[in-house]
Design a protein around this ligand. Sequence first.
Ligand code: ZN
Length: 245
Amino acid sequence: MALVSIGVGNHTLSADAAASLERCFLAGAPRTKINTSTRSEELQMLWYKNQGKPGFPKYAAHPSESKHVWRPDDPQDQGARALDVDEGSGLWVWLVAHGGPHGWHRPLKHEPWHWERDAARDKHKNAVPLPVAQEDDMAVFTVLVLTDAKKTDKDWTLGHADIGGELPQFDIPTNKAMSRTIRDDGDGQVVTMRRGFLATNIESVGHAWARLYGRGDGVPTYRLNRDEYIDAQRALSMTAAATAK
Ligand SMILES: [Zn+2]
């Protein structure tokens, strides 16, 4: 697992926390400025040792404690799940009103700008259309983007060998229906489950998938024309079918 771009500035979070924040954005949280997100252990140690001094933060947690620090090898808490947001800013106001059920809370009384995401409190963590791959280095998703000039509608496909099989933590309907609507925004804007992959023509969902599962900073894995897109979908379905056995 690697850090994931959250699509605001150059900020990153762990995949879990980034997916949670994407669900907040999709639920209406505005993408206003974020001051800090993930920082290195070295920087956190520098701040910890110099906290309260001129030019340094008033308070700074030890690198082994700070939820801002990314510690992928720490089995207790991998961190990279904290954000600092100006009090009264759009995102801050939204998180105060709606962040709780998404697991976002403010544990530090003297730092009202500091938000942490707690997976245990997140009531939306199994919601589609943003599956979260927890502690799974094998969870390699494929994001296909249809870029056919003849078709005005863009289309995104999120492919993974397990989406069409049994993957209960994703809470994706796994009946054998050929096609199933998972989200319907009206006017034909939908997220659907089709033959072992998720597809959508909702731009914000497509961009979220690209950010979360594309290779690199928000870059989709593949941009394809219509024929290539259909071929790639077919190949993904076959991979899913083979893995589900
Ligand atoms: Zn903070």
